[in-house]
Design a protein. Structure first.
Length: 147
């Protein structure tokens, strides 16, 4: 099956530092962890709620680029620095604003620190893709490209 890489221009240039924001392979959309970073590598927000909103905004950009939405997500993996404090103090509210019933599977993992000392949350999503979903995408060689 064809593999596609998804790298919207409104997000940080992931390829310049050795990864892709998302890959569709074997009927699944896999997303690299999204954090509260803008296209200029600036950390957005200094609390869990603001950072979760930005991370989900970035994830939404990836989903939209691939023709999907949050209702299509089947698995969420969330890494939170100090989750025993931050899960109920901001993150959960943003999660419940983002997803509705039926909720996706959701794993929350605690982390001592993420890739940047100011990151408080990192979010990964998985979405199933049918052959028709893949065929509906139009690779342009940059934002969506065959790999």
């Amino acid at each position: 099956m064809e593999r596609l890489a998804i790298n919207p221009s409104s997000l940080k240039d992931a390829r310049s530092i050795g990864y892709n924001h998302a890959i569709i392979a074997d009927g699944t959309f896999y997303m690299a962890g999204q954090v509260a970073m803008d296209a200029d590598s600036t950390v957005v927000g200094d609390d869990i709620e603001a950072q979760a909103r930005k991370a989900y905004e970035n994830a939404g950009t990836l989903l939209e680029t691939a023709g999907k939405g949050f209702a299509d997500v089947v698995k969420v993996t969330t890494h939170i620095v100090e989750p025993h404090e931050r899960y109920f103090e901001g993150y959960k509210q943003v999660y419940l604003e983002t997803f509705t019933e039926p909720y996706p599977c959701h794993t929350v993992l605690g982390a001592h620190q993420l890739a940047h000392e100011d990151y408080l949350v990192e979010i990964e999503l998985e979405v199933p893709f049918s052959d028709a979903d893949v065929d509906a995408l139009e690779p342009d060689g940059e934002v969506i490209r065959r790999i």
